[in-house]
Design a protein around this ligand. Structure first.
Ligand SMILES: Cc1cc2nc3c(=O)[nH]c(=O)nc-3n(C[C@H](O)[C@H](O)[C@H](O)COP(=O)(O)OP(=O)(O)OC[C@H]3O[C@@H](n4cnc5c(N)ncnc54)[C@H](O)[C@@H]3O)c2cc1C
Length: 417
């Protein structure tokens, strides 16, 4: 029977990074991935920051970058504001997630990690001082067992490991759809479309990925949507939205449907339960499995890699010291890194859920004032969004607008936890 110190379930960005950092510390590490190839199928718009690319530690970023984006245009029902990045440091990138994930896996392999594809983990049992993973092959024709000291659940939003550990981190899921298609790309900027009729509870996007091609998609929050199927909104946007329908040229490929976890509020200290000890055997969650995503934009690649590094290092430390209690440090480390951002992002998400199309219009109009645009351009940060949102919420014109929605917000706070 195979034996490893650390077994990582899932070969996405969070899992590859966790495995790489565990192996770097010198412990034997295995990634189990259910799909036949790392990075496929893709369920991502592929918009990440320059910081995220640096965090990936991939040297040859040219291999996966579709294009560099110089800013964003936010469209409400009757306004559009353009935010341009003042420096190259602030720019974002549209990337090919299939290649990006493969590069991350390659880096893990180079550190000595083993990867077994077409292996779906369906159970984790205790055996003595170790966990016994029950693995089913892709055809479900056979099962086998692998022993591990620590199991890292990096198996995405529908995490089996989270279920087995009894850790319910995500309280809600956004439902998302996206296509790639011919689209009039005037300049290299991402377009964001807000409004209850366009993407209830979230937003729609068009991300250029090359000359006259874009990823066009959206997410909805079912709790505030008149219809639970996001495809209905995508079809309508492609055929009727005044901007999207005009720019979209009718071809479509790479249809994607997926979910994004929205974490539940963590309460005092914002520390989430993402570590479980079952009779001394350690299990911890990372990435989407731990709902480590930005509630404002749904982006999870950067936080997943960031927390993956912490998970790998701490899992290795627990194995080397022979003390599973060490794993508790992981919750603290993640909380320090992203706890406050997620907690603040949840408030913004709840607020967005109660705003009407008219509210979005008024907010866009208010944001178009010079001082606000300067603040967003200079201090806006894709990965750490709370600073600029906090500053905007101090502006009298925004306070006035938000105050009108406060009753709805407080009501939603109970309903949309
Ligand atoms: C439509 C859409 C657009 C998005 N756009 C962006 C974006 O622009 N920027 C951004 O930062 N984020 C975006 N995200 C979110 C981003 O895709 C995720 O946050 C990110 O992929 C999380 O990485 P992960 O490694 O935690 O999980 P994943 O990338 O989901 O990887 C999990 C892996 O685990 C495997 N797995 C699952 N269960 C098992 C099992 N039982 N046994 C073995 N293997 C298993 C899966 O096959 C998968 O390979 C988007 C998400 C969606 C749905």
């Amino acid at each position: 029977m195979l034996e490893y110190d650390v077994v990582v379930v899932g070969g996405g960005p969070a899992g590859c990074m966790a495995a790489k950092y565990a192996a770097k510390e010198g412990v034997s590490t295995l990634i189990l991935e259910e799909d036949p190839a790392i990075g496929e199928p893709v369920q991502c718009a592929g918009l990440i920051s320059k910081r995220a690319i640096e965090e990936s530690e991939i040297k040859n970023s040219k291999s996966f970058i579709n294009c560099e984006l110089r800013g964003a245009i936010i469209h409400s029902h009757s306004h559009a504001i353009k935010i341009e990045s003042p420096s190259s440091e602030k720019r974002a990138f549209a990337i090919r997630r299939d290649i990006f994930d493969k590069e991350l896996a390659e880096a893990a392999l180079n550190e000595g990690v083993d990867i077994i594809l077409k292996s779906r983990v369906k159970g984790v049992k205790r055996r003595g001082e170790k966990a016994k993973l029950i693995i089913m092959d892709a055809t479900a024709a056979s099962t086998r067992e692998i022993n591990a000291k620590v199991v890292i659940g990096a198996d995405g939003a529908r995490s089996v490991v989270a279920n087995i550990a009894g850790l319910k981190v995500a309280k809600n899921f956004l439902n998302c759809v996206q296509i790639e298609g011919a689209y009039e790309v005037e300049e290299a900027v991402a377009e964001i479309f807000v409004g209850k009729s366009i993407a209830p509870g979230f937003f729609a996007w068009a991300i250029p990925i090359g000359k006259n091609t874009a990823r066009v998609g959206l997410c909805i929050d079912k709790r505030v949507s008149p219809h639970p199927n996001p495809l209905r909104f995508l079809k309508r946007n492609l055929s009727e939205h005044p901007v999207i329908a005009k720019k979209y040229k009718g071809t479509r490929s790479n249809f994607t449907a997926g979910i994004i976890p929205i974490p539940g509020g963590a309460g005092i200290g914002q520390r989430r339960r993402i570590v479980k000890m079952v009779n001394g055997v350690g299990m911890l969650l990372v990435g989407d499995a731990a709902a480590q995503v930005k509630p404002i934009t749904g982006g999870g690649v950067y936080y997943g890699m960031k927390c993956g590094k912490i998970a790998g290092e701490i899992a290795a430390k627990a194995c080397l010291e022979g003390d599973m209690e060490v794993l508790r440090e992981y919750e603290k480390g993640c909380c320090e890194e992203i706890g406050k951002e997620i907690a603040f992002g949840l408030k913004v998400h709840r607020l967005r859920c109660v705003l009407s199309d008219d509210d979005f219009d008024k907010i866009c109009h208010a944001l178009s004032k010079y001082d606000m645009m300067q603040l967003i351009a200079n201090r806006g940060d894709m990965d750490y969004q709370s600073f600029v949102f906090r500053e905007l919420l101090k502006k009298p014109s925004i306070i006035k607008l938000i105050a009108r929605s406060i009753i709805r917000y407080l009501y939603a706070k109970r309903k949309i936890r």
